[in-house]
Design a protein around this ligand. Structure first.
Ligand SMILES: [Ca+2]
Ligand SMILES: [Ca+2]
Length: 313
């Protein structure tokens, strides 16, 4: 069962063109742009945001990135739902209590609405497995393609807000000037974002898809095995996985990240059992056949996110 959230307002709808389209889609189809599934144990799962179907060029579009972002590749995605925020300590602590796991350390940054940190890829996978059992829906880590599509949010720029890295402090928690001063030797962005460590989720504006903190705050584990190029990347948005997966990918940069790591195409790779105070995750939920059907017959056949919406006009 989906619990409706009447969270969005006309102002938020018209804040960006893409948001206008998303809201139009929701209104035309009687769907909600965001929802939260009920948990069998009581309460609700993470707030989820609908991401429209679409095509995009993934990876190094400008030719100045490292080899592991090449070749830039066209990927077609079906609609999916992504958590509005990074998974918090409150959400993760509920899981570890339910399955009698040891809670991860917060390194004295705080719990509650802070993004969970110090969790392995296996811990994150355990959480989405539990969430699937609790809700009756299929929750997963985002694939790299789903993550990058959501992070770009229809933008062709280096960052979803444009090309000026000095605007990063308005949109993301990064290695800002204060953090750089207190951590000698850090490469930093020359602006002030107000946080020298991780920030509570949702302190910075959402991107045009309504998702917060994809760029910055904490890196986010995704499903894919790391590969040193995109030749092997599926073109339908699935994860690249194999039986000899040595490292998993993390995306988005974090509170220790300089400008280069904040690009939508940037990739990091860590062993599955790595724990870091800069590394957390968010979740996606697959839409079932009925939900995809509501969104239209062309779902997943490509085109810009906005093109799908023309079906409903
Ligand atoms: Ca910061
Ligand atoms: Ca993040």
């Amino acid at each position: 069962m989906i619990t409706k959230f009447a969270y969005w307002t006309r102002q938020s709808c018209f804040a960006f063109l893409s948001s206008v389209c998303l809201c139009s889609m929701a209104q035309a189809q009687g769907l909600t742009q965001s929802f939260s599934d009920n948990l069998k144990g009581g309460g609700n799962g993470p707030e989820m945001v609908m991401i429209p179907a679409g095509s995009f060029t993934m990876g190094d579009r400008n030719g100045n990135g490292p080899d592991d972002e090449k070749p830039a590749k066209r990927v077609n995605l079906k609609s999916y739902a992504m958590s509005r925020f990074e998974v918090t300590f409150a959400e993760f602590d509920r899981f570890v209590a339910a399955v009698s796991k040891r809670p991860p350390s917060d390194d004295n940054f705080g719990r509650g609405n802070m993004p969970v940190i110090n969790i392995t890829w296996e811990d994150a996978s355990g959480y989405v497995h539990w969430l699937s059992q609790q809700t009756g829906h299929t929750y997963r880590l985002p694939t790299e393609a789903q993550w990058e599509f959501a992070a770009r949010a229809g933008s062709d720029s280096t960052y979803f807000w444009g090309t000026d890295v000095n605007q990063a402090c308005f949109y993301a928690n990064v290695a800002d000037a204060t953090a750089g001063t207190s951590h000698n030797g850090w490469l930093q962005v020359s602006c002030e974002d107000g946080y020298s460590g991780p920030a509570p989720v949702g302190q910075f504006p959402s991107n045009p898809f309504g998702v917060h903190d994809l760029i910055g705050n904490v890196y986010e584990w995704v499903q894919d095995c790391y590969s040193d190029n995109y030749e092997v990347l599926p073109e339908d948005g699935r994860a690249h996985e194999n039986s000899y997966c040595r490292k998993r990918v993390a995306r988005g940069g974090g509170w220790t990240s300089p400008a280069w790591h904040l690009r939508a195409s940037h990739r990091q790779a860590f062993p599955e059992n790595e724990r870091r105070q800069t590394l957390g995750f968010r979740v996606v939920r697959e839409l079932n056949a009925q939900e995809l059907s509501q969104l239209g017959q062309n779902n997943g056949r490509g085109g810009n996110p906005q093109d799908q919406l023309a079906l409903y006009k």
